[in-house]
Design a protein around this ligand. Structure first.
Ligand code: ZN
Length: 430
């Protein structure tokens, strides 16, 4: 145990003290938003929630949820709680389905973001001596900016290369001696693939030792594959534009996902009834930002499925632990009565020998019924060996083992499925 912390005081608070702090901050938050935003004021007044009515943390359940629809309805600045003059930075989600979600920050919020990101990256093992290749896309998206702020706060060198131009990524990675890579997990695999095409060995010919990955739901099997391929330790980051961006949850050296719960209060609810579930149960994650100024989110429904536990961790942190994201409830597919998440199919495919990291799930609608098939790329060697029906059958068997559902698998020629420099599109509808 290294016993190193970025912010020892807040990362090792006894549970009771953490809860006291959360309650104090929640009460302040309720008064703050009621005073400073008319939409929040209306919502809380209708629900009869006041500073005084919040007596315990459980009373948070009296606060109405905030949903994506609310954010769209109040786009872009309807939920801002400060004068617009105080906003110094704005980000937004990609907005692939409708209006983008806007994340405005005051100077205080920018500082908070840097702090929680520094805490997260430090827990991953990032230090002042590291050289961070920041291959998240720079732009309105929060990713690149969050990682930059945190790494700089630690004092590491940040290469602000952004995503794309993969050949150049590889040259820079080699020439500058990058020791950490920040990007989506799928993009890290694409970089490795292009490096191999150039005759390089990713695990040996670079200085990389650490990966800080996020913005995608990826399986534990995919993590192992990335770690092996690059010869690194790969860590998961979780966050949302609605909350602050990355910096909400990240992993310690034991790969436990600690929630920065002194700033982001987590709940798990039943996605159907909205009822709060006890620790340990799987459900939809709901987050309240306890300390943000410009745009505080009260009980935001993330649509991400996970569980939370208060188990102690060997690293010494007392911050609660979130499970890895099983999938967004939006990504959930119901096929012949079976609930299917893309990450489950990914995990099954990774068990098949000769399988690469590239696959695509094809969803086909016939009438009102959906069916699934999978296109999977074997590695080059396996493809050349032929007898691909054997490969396909093994893949189908693994998927059946996990889902109890027959999903046809088609082996496709290596390097034919689309590659992504950002979030990979694993499910296509035809
Ligand atoms: Zn830990």
């Amino acid at each position: 145990m290294t016993q190193e912390f970025w912010d020892r005081k807040h990362e090792t608070l006894p549970l009771r003290d953490l809860q006291d702090l959360q309650l104090k901050r929640l009460k302040t938050l309720v008064s703050y938003v009621s005073k400073s935003n008319q939409l929040y004021r209306k919502k809380l007044t209708e629900a009869q929630v006041t500073h005084a009515s919040i007596k315990t943390l459980q009373d948070i359940e009296t606060i109405p949820f905030l949903t994506k629809q609310d954010l769209r309805a109040y786009y872009p600045f309807g939920l801002v709680c400060t004068p617009l003059d105080d906003i110094v930075e704005v980000h937004a989600s990609s907005g692939t389905t409708g209006k983008p979600v806007v994340g405005p920050y005051t100077a205080h919020d920018v500082d908070l973001w840097g702090e929680v990101m520094a805490r997260s990256l430090f827990a991953n093992g990032l230090r002042k001596t590291d050289i961070v290749q920041n291959a998240y896309g720079y732009g309105l998206f929060t990713g690149a900016h969050g990682f930059e702020k945190g790494a700089q706060k630690i004092g590491a060198m940040v290469i602000t290369i952004s995503s794309g131009n993969t050949e150049r990524q590889i040259d820079i990675m080699k020439d500058f001696g990058s020791t950490a890579l920040a990007c989506t997990p799928s993009y890290s695999l694409h970089i490795a693939e292009v490096a191999e095409e150039k005759g390089l060995r990713p695990a040996e010919d670079f200085q990389l030792r650490l990966g800080a990955f996020g913005a995608e739901a990826w399986s534990e099997e995919m993590r192992s594959s990335i770690e092996k391929r690059w010869g690194i330790t790969a860590h998961e980051h979780y966050g949302l534009t609605e909350l602050i961006g990355p910096g909400v949850v990240s992993e310690c050296e034991y790969k436990k996902l600690h929630i920065n719960a002194d700033h982001f209060y987590p709940e798990i609810i039943d996605p159907k009834t909205g009822e709060t579930l006890e620790p340990g149960n799987e459900g939809e994650l709901v987050y309240t930002t306890l300390t943000k100024e410009a745009f505080p989110a009260l009980r935001f429904r993330t649509k991400d499925l996970a569980s939370i536990s208060e188990e102690t961790c060997e690293c010494g942190r007392t911050l609660p632990i979130q499970s890895r994201i099983k999938g967004r409830s939006d990504d959930m597919m119901k096929i012949k009565g079976v609930i299917v998440f893309p990450s489950q199919i990914e995990a099954a495919l990774m068990q098949v020998s000769g399988m690469s990291d590239n696959y695509q799930i094809v969803k086909t609608k016939q009438g009102d019924v959906y069916s699934l098939s999978v296109e999977a790329e074997p590695v080059e060697d396996r493809f050349r060996q032929g007898h691909l029906d054997d490969f396909e059958q093994k893949a189908e068997k693994e998927i059946f083992r996990v889902l109890n559902l027959r999903v046809p698998v088609h082996a496709v020629q290596p390097k034919t499925l689309p590659r992504s420099t950002g979030k990979a599109k694993r499910v296509v509808e035809r």
